[in-house]
Design a protein around this ligand. Structure first.
Ligand code: AMP
Ligand code: MG
Length: 310
């Protein structure tokens, strides 16, 4: 406990100095900096090698904090009450008076925001008087980190501080929903899309138009383990790592299990971790068994489909 408090103090020191640090969230680790500071935000882009046209998600502690920067859309309250803090991000309109660095949004007047639930990061957010811009703490296009060690593997000594919060519980990025115009999901993620649509359908203004926003995170090459990935595999070829949804009795050194019991939540939590283990072991190819496309399985399938694109 004491250790956590002193680490939070250290984290705040770096952040107040416009440095970026890694923070734990329930989805994946984030590379965080003061969202009101151009200097801090530029450092995030530089370290991640992220293209400037790919906007960052901004992390808030409370609704009151959010209201300083964003306009609240109709459907927001209900989604907020049901899912926040948690693995869901909202695209909202920025207020003219907002202090958010223009670099974050690439000068657009919309912004993606979220309320992470990890207790350490909530504690940190509560102690600072600015929100944190925090994309996933990985080099652009590679897979997101789900532990302190993963972040070390990504950035090495270039990153000055990592707030260690153990391994990420969800293990896959947030669901992003655009609430400008007719609400629609831009990226599948930690919260199942059907749950979200069920909740907002009753509120949704049917006459509203879908406002199209291009999301680089949904572009072809993303979440890539850096080696070829083959989907819906029934068996693996020689020297191919084989990712299976549940543990099998016939042990094989090339087999990697996403879950002990066919549990999709556990599978999501383990996906990126297993990608990294396979790469570290030196495999040059990955085959993945068919994953059921239900609940968080839809987000797993979204990520492995992108990982399989060349
Ligand atoms: P990452 O932070 O790396 O997990 O990726 C965040 C995703 O959120 C990226 O795909 C961004 O393109 C998307 N995003 C961030 N800000 C916005 C925005 N203002 N409008 C639409 N998508 C956004
Ligand atoms: Mg990312």
């Amino acid at each position: 406990m004491k250790k956590n408090d002193s680490n939070i103090k250290k984290a705040i020191k770096y952040l107040n100095n416009n440095d970026c640090i890694a923070i734990p969230t329930e989805t994946v680790y984030g590379l965080a900096g003061n969202a009101y500071s151009d200097k801090a935000v530029s450092r995030i882009y530089k370290l991640k090698k992220r293209p400037k046209n790919n906007p960052l998600i901004v992390h808030y502690y409370s609704l009151n904090d959010l209201k300083k920067d964003c306009k609240i859309e109709n459907t927001f309250d209900k989604l907020f009450k049901k899912f926040c803090p948690g693995p869901i991000s909202f695209v909202l309109r920025l207020k003219k008076t907002s202090k958010i660095s223009k670099i974050i949004t690439n000068n657009s007047n919309s912004i993606a925001v979220r309320f992470p639930s990890h207790p350490l990061t909530r504690k940190l957010l509560n102690k600072i008087n600015y929100p944190l811009a925090a994309p996933s703490a990985n080099i652009s296009t590679s897979i997101s980190p789900v532990s302190k060690q993963d972040v070390v593997d990504e950035f090495g000594p270039k990153l000055k501080f990592i707030l260690d919060g153990g391994s990420s519980k969800v293990g896959i990025e947030s669901t992003i929903i655009n609430l400008i115009g007719k609400p629609h999901i831009l990226r599948l993620g930690g919260i199942n899309s059907k749950l979200i649509y069920k909740l907002i359908n009753s509120l949704e203004n049917k006459s509203k138009k879908i406002i199209k926003i291009k999301v680089p995170g949904t572009s072809k090459l993303h979440y890539s383990p850096g080696i070829p990935v083959r989907l819906n595999a029934k068996k693996n070829f020689l020297n191919e790592a084989f990712i299976l949804i549940k543990k099998r009795r016939n042990l094989n050194k090339n087999y990697f299990y996403l879950s002990k019991t066919n549990n999709l939540k556990e599978a999501a939590k383990n996906l990126y971790k297993i990608f990294r283990v396979i790469k570290k072991k030196g495999y040059k190819k990955i085959a993945i068994e068919k994953i059921p496309n239900i609940n968080i399985g839809e987000a797993i399938n979204d990520r492995i489909l992108r990982a399989s694109k060349k």
